[in-house]
Structures are given as structure tokens and as C-alpha cells.
Design a protein around this ligand. Structure first.
Ligand code: FAD
Length: 501
């Protein structure tokens, strides 16, 4: 231990919408809350980048439920979906509108958008940058809350456990680490973008919560269902970490996908062409990129500058000739599975909760309906924060983390991350075969062995992130190998077909 030990009733790890909601609910229930987050700014949470908005039921929970279950390829857990759709309107009104004062678009803040696979207009939004307008006010609200202490730029490295119960986490700040003992712990660490070469997630999304929970013995589920967005900006330099989205809305307004030969190809893949389900478009874009060398989004049919000024300026900043077409490629976007939880966010370990993208609530099944994950984070964050309040921390023995080994170069983690991402891109991406998954599992197991050996002698945030990403990658790979049915965003192909691509 090199830093100051802490004690708190409720430790929340992560400051996206799910962590903020858990902290708020915990404090409302009377708990002293410590919110530890790697983020130094709201931009370092995926929630900040949410564009489309947050879905609500608008009084018709049944129809909303049907849409979610259809999008999940029939795999969503009905009980979890009931919780989501029945809590939606009140959670949004109470927390976002009344507590945070979010001013949704529309004269009275009730202009509802309709997105792909929603049968009704039911998405509340702000300026096509909804996450930014939710997360900034949420963080400010918590910063001024007497019962919430926010520890920014602070990473949870691993959980403190004793006899099947979780007692907080080891926290690292400025290179120093110490235990934060907690009556209950809520993981809200977001997704797994760091496991893939091209992702829409910020770099903080390294699968930390899923990995820490799994290492402590918690159950995970549905890890094979990793959603790829079909139209992320494709940079030329090959560095597509934190790429930006050209959302469905652009195709909804009439933009067309063309391959490198200038041909529009989506009508050959699906009757709904550019508006086909996300996983179908993602596979088609991948195939055409491999076949012809590139895919671009032709925004000629759209008044792009007027309707999507933010995207137009992001393209110009990267030197894109918009009239010639915007280069796009699929990118890892969202993890449907995660730490298995009940309707209050309880994991299989005593006093450990998980919420938001790192949790598997059962709402998404094999695929996610657009604009439901902010809502899921909000609803489960509130429920878990309330359920987890009221527990005193207990003094237990904490893990002994080792001092720095100066012989380990700083570049170690970055180099191994490159290897990890290559494996996931090549073998555990949009299309999978059993032999590729076996190959990936072998490489990842060896990589984890190397990382574990270093972690025995050195404690650093980047090394722990690497270990967590490697564990998350192994969980995805194993779950994909065990599931022999293509469904939603888990898509298996014949060995020969994959080789021919
Ligand atoms: C570009 C984009 C657009 C999207 N648009 C929408 C949309 O319109 N509507 C919608 O519903 N969903 C959308 N999504 C999905 C949605 O934004 C995310 O699923 C959701 O915001 C996840 O929230 P979260 O709180 O679980 O995680 P995050 O918002 O990612 O927050 C995770 C937090 O955990 C912290 N953290 C991680 N590991 C640690 C650790 N070890 N220690 C301490 N802190 C840690 C991070 O710093 C971060 O603060 C979009 C996603 C992307 C990428």
C-alpha cells in the first residue's frame, strides 16, 4: 500500500450515466458515497458521446417491450425488459428533467424521435449530442452533493474480497494505491472498446468491471454478443481508436453506401438496403471493404452541412472531401453481455453490484435496440444505488500489490495491447469460425500468462487495464466458442466462407 486507505458505505466505480445514477440513488438513500473514476473529464465516459438520445415508454410500455425483444433476436429477459420499460418515464422525468434540469429538444422538451427498429417515435434528445447534455449536469450535481465524494483520475485495480463477499476495491491515484473498504460496491465501468482495433468507445473502456468481477468469481453472461456499428469513420492512418460515428440518422435521411468501385451494394444484401438491421449492414460493409478495398458514405442525397453540422465539421477536421464520400468501416460499439445481475443490479457475489454497459441485465439479449443503453444505465444505476445503500464497511485483509519493477518498460502495455487487438479483430470480430476462436483463445491465454507474471512484480494502471482487457477478451472468445448458434450480433460462418472473404 502506498496511498491513504479509505472507508465508505457505498463505493461506485465509474462516472458514466450508470455510475452517476447509482451514486445519486445511494446518497438519496442516506449512504455516504465514494465515486471513483478513471475519468478526468466527462468526455472520458462513453455516456458523453451518446448522440441519438434516450428512449422512454411514453405510457405505452407494452409496445416498447415488443420492440426491445424483437431487436434482441428474441433473447431478451422479459422480466428485465418489464423493469426497464415500466421505470423509463419516471426515471427520466425525476432525474434528468427535474433533478438535473436537462432541456430536451422540442417546445416543451417532448420532441420524440423515431429510430431504426422502434415502432414509435419515443427518443428524447438534445442537439444530436444527448450524452454531453446529460453527463455534464450529472457530474456537476454530484460534485455539489454533500454525501458524495468524487475521486477523479482514480482507477479501481481489483476488488477486495473475503469469504465470498466483496468489501470494496484497491484504488490507484497518481501512481499510488490503497484499499477503499466499502459496505457495498457498484461497478459501472462501461464497455470493452479497448479490446478492438477500431471502436467508438473512449480509451477508458477496457472491460475493467467485467474482468475484476470475473476474477473475484462473479458470473458473467452473454459475452459473445458484441455489437459492431456499421458506419464509423475510417481513418487512413490505421489508428481508429475513438473513431466517431456516422449514425443511422444519416442513412435515415437518405445517405447511401458505396464500395470502392462506386457501386451501391446494400440492396444486394437486404431488402431494407441501407436501413437494414445494424449487424446486417456491418457484415456487408466489412465484406465490401475486403472485396473492393473500401466503402464510403455518399451524403449527396442529404443536406449534410445543415442537418449534421457536427459530423460535417468532424469530417473536415480530418481533411475529408465530403462530396467524394466519407470513408466508413464497422467499429466495436457496445457489449450486450457482462456481469450477470438481477433486476436490482446484484451480482452473484455478496455486496457486489454491476450496472450499465458492464452489466448483463438481460435487456439486450443478442442485440441492442438503439437508444436503450442510456436508459438501462439510468434505471439500473438508480435501483442498484438504492439497494446497495445501508451497509457499513468491514475491516478485512486487503490484497498486497507489489512495488514497481523498474525493468519493465513503459511501452510494454501498449505493445501487448496492439497484439490483443489484432487477435480480437482477426478472430473474434463480426464473423467468427470455431477454428479462429480456438486460435484466439490460445494466443490470449499465453498473453494473460505473460501479463500475470508482470503484475506479480509491478503495479501500474496500464498493466491492470491490459490484464482486464485480456480477461474480457478471453470471456468474449470463450462465450463465442461455446455458443454454436448465430444470433443477433454473434455470427458464425463456415470455415471455407471465412477463408474466401
Ligand atoms: C458514439 C456512441 C454513441 C452512442 N449513442 C447512444 C445513444 O444515443 N443512446 C443510447 O442509449 N446509447 C448510446 N450509446 C451507448 C451508450 O452511450 C453506452 O452504452 C452507455 O453510455 C454506457 O454507460 P456506462 O455508464 O455503463 O459507461 P460509461 O459511460 O462508459 O462510463 C464508464 C465509466 O467508468 C470509468 N472506469 C472504467 N474503468 C474504471 C476503473 N477501473 N476504475 C475507475 N473508473 C473506471 C470510466 O472512466 C467511465 O467514467 C452510444 C455509444 C457510443 C460509443
Amino acid at each position: 500500500m502506498t496511498g491513504e486507505p479509505r472507508e465508505t458505505e457505498l463505493l461506485v466505480v465509474g462516472s458514466g450515466i450508470a455510475g452517476c445514477a447509482a451514486a445519486l440513488a445511494g446518497a438519496r438513500a442516506g449512504a455516504s458515497v465514494t465515486l471513483a473514476t478513471k475519468a478526468t473529464r466527462p468526455e472520458e465516459s462513453t455516456s458523453y458521446w451518446a448522440q441519438g438520445g434516450i428512449a422512454v415508454s411514453r405510457g405505452d410500455a407494452e409496445q416498447f417491450k415488443r420492440d426491445i425483444i424483437a431487436a434482441s433476436d428474441g433473447l431478451a429477459d422479459e422480466t428485465a425488459v418489464d423493469v426497464l420499460v415500466e421505470s423509463a418515464d419516471e426515471a427520466v422525468e425525476d432525474v434528468l428533467v427535474e433533478t438535473l434540469g436537462v432541456d430536451f429538444d422540442g417546445d416543451d422538451g417532448h420532441e420524440y424521435a423515431r429510430e431504426a427498429a422502434h415502432s414509435e417515435p419515443r427518443i428524447l434528445h438534445v442537439d444530436a449530442a444527448t450524452g454531453k447534455h446529460l453527463l455534464g449536469p450529472f457530474m456537476s450535481h454530484l460534485e455539489s452533493h454533500d454525501d458524495v465524494e468524487i475521486l477523479a483520475d482514480t482507477a479501481a485495480l481489483e476488488l477486495v474480497t473475503a469469504e465470498g463477499r466483496v468489501h470494496g476495491a484497491m484504488l490507484e491515484q497518481n501512481g499510488e494505491w490503497a484499499p477503499c473498504l466499502a459496505g457495498a460496491t457498484v461497478l459501472a465501468t462501461g464497455g470493452v472498446g479497448a479490446c478492438y482495433g477500431r471502436t467508438t468507445n473512449p480509451p477508458t473502456a477496457a472491460g475493467d468491471g467485467v474482468a475484476m468481477a470475473a476474477l473475484a468469481g462473479a458470473d458473467t453472461a452473454d459475452m459473445e454478443y458484441v455489437q459492431f456499428h456499421p458506419t464509423a469513420f475510417a481513418g487512413e492512418d490505421g489508428d481508429d481508436r475513438g473513431t466517431f460515428l456516422l449514425s443511422e440518422a444519416v442513412r435515415g435521411e437518405g445517405a447511401l453506401l458505396r464500395n470502392a468501385d462506386g457501386e451501391r451494394f446494400m440492396p444486394d444484401y437486404h431488402e431494407d438496403a441501407e436501413l437494414a438491421p445494424r449487424d446486417v449492414v456491418a457484415r456487408a460493409v466489412r465484406a465490401e471493404r475486403e472485396r473492393t478495398g473500401g466503402v464510403s458514405l455518399d451524403v449527396g442525397p442529404v443536406d449534410f452541412e445543415a442537418e449534421f453540422p457536427g459530423l460535417a465539421s468532424a469530417c473536415r477536421d480530418r481533411g475529408v472531401d465530403i462530396e467524394a464520400g466519407i470513408p466508413v468501416a464497422p467499429a466495436e460499439h457496445f457489449l450486450c453481455g457482462g456481469v450477470a445481475v438481477d433486476t436490482e443490479g446484484r451480482t452473484s457475489l455478496d455486496q457486489l453490484y454491476a450496472v450499465g454497459e458492464c452489466a448483463r441485465t438481460g435487456v439486450h439479449g443478442a442485440n441492442r435496440l438503439a437508444s436503450t443503453s442510456l436508459l438501462e444505465g439510468l434505471v439500473w444505476g438508480l435501483r442498484a444505488g438504492e439497494a446497495a445503500a445501508g451497509n457499513e464497511p468491514v475491516a478485512v485483509e486487503v490484497p498486497e500489490l507489489r512495488d514497481s519493477d523498474p525493468s519493465l518498460p513503459d511501452s510494454f502495455a501498449e505493445e501487448k495491447f496492439i497484439r490483443l487487438r489484432r487477435v480480437m479483430d482477426d478472430y473474434v470480430g463480426i464473423e467468427r469460425t470455431p477454428s479462429d476462436l480456438d486460435r484466439a483463445a490460445g494466443v490470449l491465454r499465453r498473453l494473460k500468462g505473460e501479463i500475470d507474471a508482470y503484475i506479480r512484480t509491478r503495479t501500474s494502471r496500464s498493466l491492470y487495464e491490459l490484464r482486464n482487457a485480456c480477461i474480457a477478451a478471453l470471456l468474449i472468445t470463450r462465450a463465442a466458442r461455446e455458443n454454436e448458434t448465430s444470433r443477433g450480433c454473434h455470427h458464425l460462418v463456415e470455415e471455407a466462407a471465412a477463408d474466401a472473404d
